[in-house]
Write a protein that binds this ligand. Structure first.
Ligand code: SAM
Length: 322
């Protein structure tokens, strides 16, 4: 097993199935262009082989499928069919929910029992302004259908000053009423925001600010979370749970166990490092040739992790997969 000085190892793999997305969220894609897939994306077979090799070489236990938008990828069905048989402890998926109702049978057949749906507002005007694609009611309907089918839903919301701060309480109430767990994600200095400190600070909403807002209406208690969890989790007694992924306020680098594989075959050991390691060519090789080379790259990828805190990264989230 590959372990660093701080005792960290890769256990969680996030795969960006495609960089194409049917949204162009303002904080993720500054040029506003949707549905741009990289020319040299790996096939479903190569990506599934990548998962199999990384289970062996790194000890990956859990897989999250993300993007871009994974549900727009023609590779989805074949990829899910292959990774579903690999004995992983957990397979989950992050989606903007636009195609959720349509793809639900496929997801259920593939054994998906948990979904993260990204939704920043319940206001249709703000939705259009932030996502720059999609339709709010379609997302809400997709979540209702998935939940009725027994899938556990977490909702990811990035609170942004000047765009959706007034939606924090409506979103929380909406999720509490339906048994969805709302996850606020503190805005991260990724992509264009890494070099635009003013733009970042103008929009940034901290954990403390969120708790102050929620505390005006609800009493909450800190709840238990796994050691390598990214979210600080809270319980509102008799109502439910919410969490905050507080990259800036409560950095979780010391316990980070995440490894990312991009749709074009690059391994990223840390969101906050510009280092990446190409493994696309190794995925065509037989196991005995691929694994030793992969292990050497994994040592380097683990060395890319920040010691204490996330400091930002130029990589665009839709490439690396959130
Ligand atoms: N298309 C899928 C979706 O919308 O969930 C998966 C990819 S998206 C990049 C994954 C998550 O990253 C979304 O919840 C999105 O809000 C979040 N995200 C993107 N850029 C971000 C940033 N700069 N700071 C915080 N979260 C970000």
């Amino acid at each position: 097993m590959i372990v660093d000085r701080q005792g960290r190892q890769f256990r969680n793999l996030r795969i960006s199935l495609t960089s194409a997305c049917n949204y162009a969220c303002t904080y993720c894609v500054p040029n506003g262009k949707r549905l741009v897939a990289a020319q040299d994306e790996l096939s479903a077979e190569a990506m599934a082989r990548g998962v199999a090799y990384l289970i062996e070489a790194a000890g990956i236990e859990r897989l999250r499928i993300t993007g871009g938008e994974p549900l727009v990828s023609p590779k989805l069905e074949s990829f899910m069919g292959q990774v579903g048989k690999m004995g992983l402890a957990d397979i989950s998926l992050t989606t903007n929910g636009q195609l959720l109702a349509r793809k639900l049978p496929l997801l259920i057949d593939a054994g998906i029992r948990r979904l993260n749906v990204s939704l920043d507002t319940l206001d249709p005007v703000a939705f259009r302004a932030i996502a720059r694609g999609g339709d709010l009611l379609t997302v809400l309907d997709g979540m209702t259908q998935a939940s009725a089918a027994g899938i556990k839903i977490k909702v990811n919301m990035v609170p942004l000053r000047g765009a959706n701060l007034d939606q924090v309480m409506p979103m929380l109430d909406y999720c509490l009423e339906r048994g969805y767990e709302l996850r606020f994600i503190e805005l991260m200095r990724m992509g264009h925001l890494a070099s635009d400190s003013n733009g970042f600070l103008q929009q940034f909403v901290s954990l403390q600010q969120l708790l102050a807002l929620i505390g005006e209406q609800y009493e909450y208690l800190q709840a238990d979370a796994p050691v390598d969890a990214t979210a600080v989790r809270y319980q509102i007694p008799d109502k439910g749970f919410f969490g905050v992924i507080a990259n800036e306020s409560v950095p979780f680098c010391r316990t980070c166990s995440r490894l990312r594989l991009s749709s074009t075959g690059w391994l990223h050991g840390c969101l906050s490092s510009s280092n990446r390691h190409y493994v696309g060519d190794l995925l065509d090789k037989p196991r005995h040739e691929a694994l030793p080379a992969l292990q050497r790259l994994l040592v380097r990828a683990l060395g890319d992790k920040q010691d204490v805190a996330f400091s930002g990264g130029a990589t665009v989230m839709k490439i690396i997969g959130g």
